[in-house]
Design a protein around this ligand. Structure first.
Ligand code: ADP
Ligand code: MG
Length: 701
């Protein structure tokens, strides 16, 4: 009944005429009563404390005082008129001053009647004064719902210039709450309210709009933030569950000879604990009836490749094909080289398909895929072409998640009767808070342990002026037999200039590191794929000591002998990119270095990024800083930022509440997947309401 009432159009609220309704809709998106109670204040002015005039300080901020006006006069000075009232309490006197609206004030102010005044106090000519105070009769003040913590609502220029001030919103809110009679249907279950000691919903809404003191306000905000995050989690978990029950996958029932032989005879190194754990998680998923939809996170160098390979072996053991898709040609080639070595040991037929695969080879690949001869296909976007048809694709692995859009990802799905199992590997650690909210419907595995024997990469920040010293250091490292990356930014918008920078840099490096003592490779986006591969190959084989490149090498390239990463114009890179690039070194046993070169002109954010890189190698820590600098919307790209349109909670500041909400939501759904227990009725009703009116998750497709 109540929910229906809340769906009443805002036009029907007392005090809202057609004009105001129009403005509220256009400016604040308030269409219904519900929308109005969901208009949460941005901040509060503390009006819990009453000052005495005798205690005023010269630098008091906004304060309130109870007292009486004893006298009003007009003061004329040059061309200006002002209205001055003498205001007293039992400790002293001060002045209230108006520069406008004299007539109205003179007619309406009552002498010798207690008022509560609120505003900023000035010290002028030996007297305290308050210009244009907010005033309310004490008797009225005590009666009104308006409370000690004064809420300040979001507003727009248009609203305030049309007279819909904060005070008007507050009054509308009072009207609404009087009509509601403080009776808002509870949406959380009794056990949940009890175990978290949450304020009931009605009380929470009341206190957010009319706080009865700081403590109650804090509890009210907590309750509403929890609720918002909790229902998002319920929705995500329900979606995941629906996915699990509705979307059947191929159950990979057995772990057979491919997997077992590799595991017992060909493991190139002992797996880390984290790798073992993740392989187990994947194995469990693949064995179930549901289609796997998993995100595998692991910092650069944490060893995701072998996890991918061993998962593919499970697919092959069950007579399915597998594919691995990477965002760049170079990376695909490297995956192919790595994996085919292991495949050869097991007599597995594997091939590579990229944009530069010759037409005749392409045809062979298409055929052997369709007749099932080919067991593993590795490649780029080329895998998504319509002509590429698997006989029975059981597992699709995607390296580096956010280079592919969701639409592209799902293209792989349409190649089969059932969708293949999918897992997405990303080296960009996603802050836990985002992982829980944006990817809350995916299963997430994390490789949070580095292979043994890795030394932390030493990172330093150097200014361009010190370049010669840096070059000397490079020569020393090269003399020890190491290899070096020098990376230049390549930003889409300024391609031509960046390209020039790269070429200028290359020329100066050639001068500084002359042939034949030094050999230099160069790789950039404007080269033909075959030339890139050739240069890359030379570097991988150790024929060149220096690799000058744009960010094409960002993802995945593995040259364990490379020990120095120099990043030119490092201030122009984002944190996650810097971290990715740094991950190219430190893959061997040697001490590795990352040198961030910049000019002297640095923005505050750039400074923070550089300091963060110098301070830590921990990808998760870096991603948290990144999230704070860039904000969640920016980090996820616009397509997903809708998820983060929260009304009261803040994904960054309230990450603790998010964790708790996630925990409880998981527990509730686990115990009662259909939300059919009587105690969960409020949750189910709210969930259905929200789905119906698409209040907070219009982002769910
Ligand atoms: P990423 O997670 O960045 O894709 P890779 O799979 O390329 O990492 O692994 C990085 C390097 O670490 C490779 O040279 C790989 O052979 C090696 N490696 C992976 N796992 C282990 C391990 N458990 N012990 C030792 N070396 C490992
Ligand atoms: Mg990798």
């Amino acid at each position: 009944m109540n929910t229906q009432f809340l769906q009443t159009p805002i036009d029907y609220l007392k005090g809202v005429g057609p004009n105001r309704a129009d403005l509220l809709k256009k400016e604040l998106g308030i269409h219904t009563f519900q929308d109005l109670i969901n208009l949460f204040p941005n901040r509060y002015l503390d009006r819990t404390h009453y000052y005495k005039i005798g205690d005023l300080q010269r630098n008091s901020s906004e304060i309130q005082i109870v007292g009486k006006i004893t006298h009003i006069k007009t003061v004329e000075q040059k061309r200006n008129k002002r209205l001055v009232a003498t205001f007293v309490d039992d400790t002293g006197k001060m002045e209230l001053v108006w520069f406008r609206g004299h007539k109205w004030i003179r007619e309406n102010l009552k002498l010798n009647t207690p008022y509560v005044i609120f505003g900023k106090v000035n010290w002028f000519n030996g007297v305290y004064s308050m210009p244009h105070p907010e005033m309310e009769l004490l008797a009225q003040h005590e009666k009104s719902l308006r409370s000690a913590m004064q809420p300040i609502y979001p507003s727009t220029e248009k609203l305030s210039s049309s007279g819909i001030t904060n005070r008007v919103i507050n009054t509308l809110m009072q009207t609404l709450f009087r009509e509601l009679k403080n009776n808002i249907t509870e949406s959380l279950s009794e056990p949940l309210l009890k175990s978290l000691k949450l304020m009931p919903k009605s009380e929470a809404f009341f206190n957010v709009h009319f706080p009865q003191g700081q403590e109650k306000l804090t509890r009210a905000q907590y309750r509403l933030k929890f609720e918002e995050l909790f229902f998002i989690q319920i929705q995500l978990l329900q979606k995941r569950q629906l996915h699990k029950t509705k979307i059947k996958g191929y159950p990979f029932e057995k772990v057979g000879p491919y997997f077992n032989t590799f595991f017992s005879s060909h493991l190139p190194f002992p797996l880390t604990g984290a790798q073992k754990r993740v392989i187990k998680e994947i194995r469990n998923d693949l064995g179930s009836n549901a289609q796997m939809n998993r995100l595998l996170q692991g910092d650069v160098g944490s060893g995701k490749t072998i996890v991918a390979f061993m998962s593919m072996l499970i697919a092959l053991d069950n007579d399915f094909q597998a594919c691995l898709m990477a965002p760049t040609e170079i990376l695909s080639v490297q995956h192919y080289n790595n994996l085919s070595e292991w495949c050869n040991l097991l007599n597995i037929r594997v091939d590579l398909l990229t944009g530069s695969t010759k037409a005749s080879r392409r045809k062979e690949i298409h055929e052997s895929l369709e007749n099932g001869d080919l067991q593993i296909l590795i490649g780029t976007h080329a895998l998504l072409e319509d002509k590429v048809k698997f006989r029975n694709l059981g597992l699709a692995i995607i390296d580096e998640q956010h280079r592919f859009g969701v639409a592209q990802r799902s293209k792989l799905w349409h190649k089969n009767i059932h969708p293949p199992h999918v897992f997405v590997m990303t080296a960009t650690p996603i802050p836990r808070t985002l992982a829980m909210s944006v990817y809350g419907d995916l299963d997430i595995s994390v490789i949070d342990e580095m292979p043994p024997g890795r030394k932390d990469i030493k990172t330093v920040h150097r200014f361009d002026a010190n370049r010669l010293k840096v070059f000397r250091f490079l020569k020393d490292e090269i003399a020890k037999g190491r290899q070096v990356y020098i990376v230049y930014p390549l930003i889409q918008e300024s391609q031509a200039m960046d390209y020039k920078d790269l070429m200028d840099g290359y020329a100066s490096i050639e001068r500084e590191f002359p042939k034949p003592e030094y050999q230099i490779s160069i790789v950039h986006g404007q080269m033909k794929a075959a030339d890139k591969d050739y240069e890359m190959e030379r570097f991988v084989k150790g024929e060149t000591q220096i690799m000058v490149a744009t960010t094409v090498i960002e993802v995945g390239v593995n040259v364990p002998n490379a020990s120095v990463m120099i990043i030119e114009s490092a201030e122009r890179f984002g944190l996650s990119q810097l971290h990715q690039l740094r991950g190219r070194v430190g893959r061997g046993a040697e001490q590795s270095y990352c040198i961030l070169m910049t000019s002297h002109k640095l923005s505050a954010d750039a400074r923070t990024r550089l300091e963060t890189m110098v301070r830590t190698n921990d990808g998760f820590e870096i991603s948290e800083v990144d999230l704070k600098l860039r904000g969640p919307g920016d980090m996820m790209g616009t397509q997903q930022s809708g998820v983060l349109n929260l009304r009261i909670a803040d994904i960054i500041k309230d990450s603790e509440i998010l964790k708790i909400a996630r925990g409880y939501a998981t527990q509730v759904i686990k115990e009662d997947p259909q939300l059919s227990l009587p105690q969960n009725t409020p949750i189910r009703n709210t969930y259905q309401q929200l789905a119906k009116y698409k209040n907070i998750w219009n982002y769910i497709s």
